[in-house]
Write a protein that binds this ligand. Structure first.
Ligand code: GLP
Length: 303
């Protein structure tokens, strides 16, 4: 068994330096990480920043999003929903509201984001829809023009056509600059349910029982009440982003994060395809990152 993922030993030069309380993860080797091969694809180094403090984590991720919009406005920002992102958007709202008025105006004027996914069949006004979630956590607190905050049209009569249209709309912009990602307990990113190939496009799909269970909290705890379908950007659009930012918190995600980063990429774990991306950064709290070191040592001792 060989290690499938190299965790960088050095801070990549394409991110902001994290605050002192966070640490860039030190890999098991002092050598420069080199690409390895798996399934005919190049495995790239994945950088990991581990935060002991989840408030510090949310603040730092928000600062990356803000910097991206202020300094690199040419490409849209890729956004995600979910509980992991709630403190991130709260921190972003605080940071934006602390900007000088002229800079805040500029940010609003230049804003352009595309969300990863949306449930099919929920009314936009339904508070459980991702449109409503983004409105309350992002669009309203930041004072953004809703026309600049793009989400798939989960209410369309033909969700498959709506997915195709959303993919084309994104492609017309040139694609995502920085893509924010959360991690599903079953290894999904966006709503790319396993099994999922690395070239899967934006599409409408059936949600797995595991995902409906994971997201049941917003639906009175009843997985049957969670919509059966969703529209999601595919791994194709996600991997085409200039940079990936996977944010993972909580002990419940530790094992799936370990598999995603340290086992060979596989359709059975869609998040594992981020190993193919040349600029992927994982930001995790101590609980989510808890299994990474141990598994790497195990992988090396078995090599
Ligand atoms: C959800 C969303 C993802 C999200 C992930 C993690 O189902 N479709 O975009 O990132 O699963 O969600 P959470 O942060 O609530 O654990």
């Amino acid at each position: 068994m060989s290690r499938s993922c190299v965790i960088t030993t050095e801070e990549p030069n394409w991110w902001l330096t994290p605050p002192a309380e966070a640490s860039w993860e030190v890999g098991g080797t002092e050598q420069e990480p080199s690409a390895e091969r798996a399934n005919g694809c190049d495995i790239q180094p994945v950088a990991l920043v581990r935060f002991a403090d989840s408030a510090g984590l949310a603040d730092w991720v928000a600062s990356l999003l803000l910097r991206e919009r202020l300094l690199r406005p040419e490409r849209p920002l890729g956004l995600a929903t979910g509980r992991t992102m709630e403190p991130v958007y709260a921190a972003l709202a605080r940071q934006v509201n602390g900007l000088p008025p002229a800079e805040r105006q500029e940010l609003r004027r230049r804003w352009c984001s595309f969300n990863l996914d949306a449930y099919v069949g929920l009314d936009r006004a339904d508070p459980r829809s991702f449109v409503a979630e983004m409105a309350s956590r992002l669009t309203t607190p930041l004072g953004l023009d809703p026309e600049r905050v793009h989400l798939p049209d989960g209410q369309a009569a033909d969700p498959h056509a709506a997915a195709e249209c959303y993919g084309a709309q994104l492609a017309a912009t040139g694609g995502i600059g920085l893509q924010l990602l959360g991690l599903g307990l079953n290894g999904h990113v966006g709503f790319n349910e396993p099994p999922c190939e690395a070239d899967a496009p934006c599409r409408c799909l059936e949600l797995s029982p595991a995902t409906r269970q994971q997201n049941a909290g917003a639906f009175g705890g009843d997985p049957e009440a969670v919509p059966q379908q969703a529209i999601t950007l595919g791994l194709r659009e996600i991997l085409a982003a200039e940079r990936l930012l996977l944010v993972v918190t909580g002990a419940a995600k530790a094992e799936v994060l370990r598999r995603a980063l340290q086992e060979p990429p596989t359709p059975e774990l869609p998040a594992s395809w981020i190993q193919l991306h040349p600029r992927a950064l994982v930001v995790a709290d101590g609980a989510a990152a808890a299994l990474l070191d141990a598994s790497r040592e195990q992988g090396e001792s078995l090599a």
